[in-house]
Design a protein around this ligand. Structure first.
Ligand code: SAM
Length: 209
């Protein structure tokens, strides 16, 4: 059996928040979700692939509670430390072992995910599971790279998608049964590639369960 090699987020976790470009991207995603999905004080939010919580913590003050899900214990530990230092009590972390069976919690009113879907080998069954976990009328907000040429990551080993076209991402939403699906541009991430500045658009796709 071929073992799928995945990027090692544990080893990068302690330095994750030190890159201003990454923090700015997360901030832009938070602002786009606020503008498009209008988080409310009664909502139970889930952040899939929450990492160190750059997006989770940006939205948490606007909702009742949040669950930060990730497949890296190291990333979640960084989030737990920040939450403890800030005295936050309405946040749970949830580690998932991708090599075992796992299920997300139910009763979600707002499900967000930022820069994670391109790491998911099969988005379609995951989107179907998102739908099962969400209350009727709940909103799904997925931010990810627009289809790129494969140069976004310095090392793309083990990363299954070079972003997504708007058509493909919206297709995943509709196939899973989400309605009122739409996409907005969040930000264009700039990186130096072969002596020139290359732009990588990041989109936010929104749909209703
Ligand atoms: C690029 S980081 C983004 C983290 C965070 N959302 C942010 O915007 O800063 C991707 C995160 O997804 C997690 N991840 C990768 N593959 C995953 C999967 N299949 N399921 C859940 N989380 C995954 C990684 O551990 C990492 O924390």
């Amino acid at each position: 059996m071929t073992q799928h090699i995945r990027p090692d987020f544990d080893s990068r976790a302690s330095q994750w928040d030190n890159l201003p470009r990454r923090v700015a991207l997360a901030r832009a995603v938070v602002e786009a979700i606020i503008a498009e999905a209008d988080p409310q004080p009664g909502m139970r939010m889930l952040d899939y692939g929450a990492g160190t919580g750059l997006v989770t913590l940006g939205l948490l003050p606007l909702v009742r509670e949040a669950i930060a899900v990730d497949s890296s214990r190291g990333m979640l530990e960084q989030l737990e430390t920040k939450a403890k230092e800030a005295g936050i009590t309405n946040l749970q972390t949830c580690f998932i072992d991708l090599d075992s069976e796992w299920h997300l919690p139910q009763g979600i009113d707002l499900l967000v995910s930022s820069m994670t879907m391109h790491h998911v080998p099969e988005p379609a069954p995951l989107m179907a599971h998102f739908k099962e976990c969400m209350n009727p009328g709940a909103q799904l907000c997925i931010a990810d790279l627009e289809l790129e040429d494969g140069s976004f990551h310095d090392d793309a080993t083990g990363i299954p998608h070079k972003g997504f076209s708007v058509k493909d991402m919206e297709g995943y939403f509709r196939e899973a049964g989400f309605v009122d699906v739409r996409t907005v541009l969040v930000i264009a991430v700039k990186k130096e590639r072969e002596g020139a500045i290359q732009e990588y658009p990041v989109n936010l796709t929104i749909g209703k369960a």
